[in-house]
Write a protein that binds this ligand. Structure first.
Ligand code: TNX
Length: 617
């Protein structure tokens, strides 16, 4: 019995070792400042939650979290009790009515052996709660512990976004909620919901039911790489899905509870084949029959810049603005091929009549028209960087995806910019290693380190222009992501890297600390919360060739609790092989080699790729 107890204590000690040696106590994104102090605070069923605003969303979130983890604490309204009680022992204090300044979304979290106190306004209090939750280690039946510390924190950027394409593949509202949950955990505050594209229209529009009756369904879907040799293969399976307005209201409220704004995207003038399939009168040739697109890429079937199109799109945006209360309405604007407009006598005439230079001018005319409408309704327009072509609409915010050039140009014209460059590792549809062991992806290689090391402020911008970079976002396009499990695999852990870029100052970012000290615990937490993720290859594994007679191998798994298995026989390792327990030294005879192949397998059975070191003499 004593032996078992000692083993348990050792295990707990080891679990909190990483937290103790880590200057950020495991918190992702890394806070502005963390001062560790001695001791720990214990949350027990006797803990009081004292707050000056019991219905506050942050308070509700924390009480729900504690309840889910078997710790139903009682909530006391500080306004109703004598102030002396605020210093009660064993209490968590969540306060919004403190005096003094605090940055927007900032918070202070102080943990002593008697109390855990969070001061913050609005989202700040909520983010303090998220940090507190990440500090909970060693959950035991009946209590949880928090290390004593003082944390002062605020974000680097006001816009920290995560995008999801629900068109190429549809994800149901339960998944959207799960997506919002994980965004909230890492202090992301904008969900960019890509709702329409060539392959589908996924938002119910009351005034125009055919958008979903026709536009949300495609007859079949391309199999595999659409640019590959088998680009004539289809799955022969109908595909459909859309969100009702009731479901959208539910999601908007769910996001609001987590301090997440939703940026809805209605694509125009390109990426609109599904829409013209529903309403051919929005195209330049209404006599043609259009179908919802079944493969990937860019379609020539785009909107015509006609009064009919504008009328319908304005009606659509009216309903969109009714549903989504946030400031930003995203109109897409990317990848609009000009072939159809060039062939259209109506468009040629319009270019001449409106004194436009060419079809790029027409794109700009289209976008400016929609911006006027959006601005007149009190909202702001966002578009992909193609909206710069032919002249930027006067108040537009630009999402820079084709590198940073568009963002730089827009910031220099005093427009707000959100950086989301594929070249900066923020396209999460790119693969996560250069090996052939990653699943099918759109191409490109964006490993965790690349996503982490991106800095959204280009050095070429003046101090003034830099202020226009309001934040950062990563995008998850889903041509090759048909399931929630793969979406999570592509998202995690890269989203945590991007979240740190959005929140943490450049000076506090440290990839080694992030990937080796904080990621292992974060992934164990995500595993427990039911998320899939890409298991990082163990620290110390390398796909490499080693030359020499003696070689030592020392490995550390990068998911807490995971095991490493290896082979020396040339076969891919699995859980039936030797388990790596301690550093190994190999002696290689002259003229021979041994392949050391290893894999990380987590307690829930998730597997890393296999890494191979050839030790050759
Ligand atoms: C470009 S990024 C697109 C999307 C594709 C994506 C694939 C952008 C504004 N447009 O339509 O899904 O590449 O990576």
């Amino acid at each position: 019995m004593r032996k078992i107890l000692i083993l348990i204590l050792l295990a707990l000690g080891r679990q909190s070792f990483a937290q103790k040696s880590d200057p950020y106590l495991g918190i992702i994104p890394a806070p502005q400042s963390v001062k560790k102090t001695a001791g720990e605070f214990r949350i027990t069923p006797e803990t009081n939650l004292l707050t000056d605003s019991p219905t506050n969303r942050a308070v509700v979130y924390l009480t729900n979290y504690l309840k889910k983890n078997g710790l139903s604490v009682s909530v006391t309204d500080l306004n109703t009790i004598d102030k002396g009680h605020a210093f009660l022992k064993n209490s968590i204090v969540l306060a919004t009515n403190f005096k003094g300044d605090m940055a927007p979304e900032g918070y202070e979290l102080t943990i002593t052996t008697n109390q855990a106190t969070i001061h913050g306004h609005g989202a700040g209090l909520f983010y303090g709660v998220q940090s507190l939750i990440q500090l909970v280690h060693n959950t035991n039946p009946g209590y949880a512990t928090l290390p004593c510390a003082t944390i002062k924190d605020e974000p680097r950027f006001p816009y920290r976004g995560m995008h999801l394409d629900v068109v190429r593949h549809y994800f149901d509202i339960n998944f959207i909620k799960k997506y919002l949950d994980v965004m909230a955990m890492y202090k992301l505050n904008n969900f960019h919901w890509h709702l329409t594209d060539d392959q589908g229209w996924r938002i119910q529009i009351m005034k125009y039911p055919k958008f979903t009756e026709v536009g949300s369904k495609r007859a079949q879907t391309k199999i595999g790489d659409f640019k590959g040799n088998n680009n004539d293969l289809y799955d022969n399976t109908p595909y459909e899905g859309y969100y009702t307005q009731d479901q959208i209201r539910d999601i908007v409220a769910y996001a609001h509870d987590r301090f997440i704004n939703i940026v809805p995207e209605i694509e125009m003038p390109g990426h609109s084949q599904a829409a013209v399939a529903a309403y051919p009168e929005m195209s330049c040739d209404p006599t043609k029959t259009y179908k919802v697109m079944e493969t990937w890429g860019v379609s020539n079937d785009v909107y015509c810049p006609s009064p009919t199109t504008f009328k319908i799109l304005e009606d659509v945006l009216r309903e969109v603005m009714e549903l989504f209360p946030g400031r930003y309405i995203h109109i897409g604007g990317d990848e609009c091929p000009k072939a159809t407009w060039k062939a259209s006598s109506y468009c040629r005439q319009l270019i001449a009549d409106s004194a436009l230079n060419n079809e790029e001018g027409l794109q700009s005319y289209f976008v400016r028209h929609m911006e006027r409408f959006i601005n007149n309704n009190g909202r702001s327009m966002v578009g992909w960087d193609e909206i710069l072509e032919g002249g930027l609409a006067p108040n537009a915010t630009v999402m820079s995806w084709r590198g940073e050039a568009g963002g730089i140009a827009a910031a220099q014209q005093n427009h707000d910019v959100i950086m989301t460059p594929g070249s900066g590792g923020l396209y999460f549809d790119h693969k996560q290693s250069g090996t052939n062991q990653e699943p099918l992806s759109i191409g490109g290689n964006a490993p965790l380190s690349k996503a982490y090391n991106y800095n959204p402020i280009p050095a070429v911008l003046s101090k003034e222009a830099q202020k226009h970079v309001i934040g950062v976002q990563a995008n998850l396009w889903t041509e090759y992501i048909a399931t929630p499990a793969k979406a999570e695999f592509m998202l995690l852990p890269r989203m945590l890297a991007m979240a740190e870029t959005g929140w943490t100052t450049e000076g506090n970012k440290d990839y080694k600390n992030f990937s080796e000290q904080r990621i292992p615990h974060a992934l164990a937490m995500l595993d427990a919360a039911g998320y899939n993720y890409r298991v990082p290859e163990a620290l110390g594994t390398e796909d490499t060739l080693f030359n020499g007679a003696k070689h030592s191998i020392e490995l550390t798994p990068l998911v807490e609790g995971a095991k490493i298995y290896y082979t020396l026989d040339g076969y891919a390792p699995r859980e039936t092989d030797l388990q790596y327990k301690e550093p190994l030294i190999f002696t290689i005879p002259a003229g021979k080699y041994i392949d050391f192949q290893s894999i990380t397998i987590t307690p829930s059975g998730k597997r890393s790729i296999v890494k191979t070191t050839r030790m050759k003499n």
